[in-house]
Design a protein around this ligand. Structure first.
Ligand code: NI
Length: 137
């Protein structure tokens, strides 16, 4: 039987959406307030879904403690209370949109799962705006 195991997590981070090869006018037109040069913060809510076969020996798809520690070590420790543009290397040359953050989170977690497990990332940037990413099919 395949079951989806889910874990919620949370981090705060600052960002700015901006392209240095565009004029201030164009950045403002495309990104609006999110291009503010002084950055701004979001309370990100993260849901990590792992779908896989139940291990008959343990009854687990993945040990929740293992998943909790993985999210803490790989995601929270790298992103929480950070300025994504200035402190997180993945975003030095990548706009830290919710879409791109979800892909970065996916890419950090997927190497730690077994090959038959499916990963889905759901990332809320605001209570009403969220994105989903589950890898390229
Ligand atoms: Ni923003």
């Amino acid at each position: 039987m395949r079951v989806t195991v889910s874990r919620k997590a949370h981090f705060n981070a600052a960002h700015r959406l901006y392209r240095s090869d565009w004029s201030d006018e164009k950045n403002n037109l495309v990104f609006g307030k999110c291009s503010n040069e002084h950055f701004h913060g979001h309370n990100y809510e993260l849901i990590v879904n792992v779908n896989g076969e139940i291990d008959p020996a343990t009854g687990f798809v993945i040990d929740m403690k293992v998943l909790k520690d993985l999210i803490k070590n790989e995601i929270e420790n790298n992103l929480d209370h950070k300025n994504l543009n200035l402190e997180v290397p993945e975003f030095f040359n990548l706009n830290p949109t919710a879409e791109n953050i979800a892909v970065v989170i996916y890419n950090k977690l997927i190497p730690h799962l077994s090959k038959d497990q499916l990963l889905e990332i759901i990332l809320y940037e605001t209570p009403r705006n969220f994105v989903k990413y589950s890898g390229e099919k």
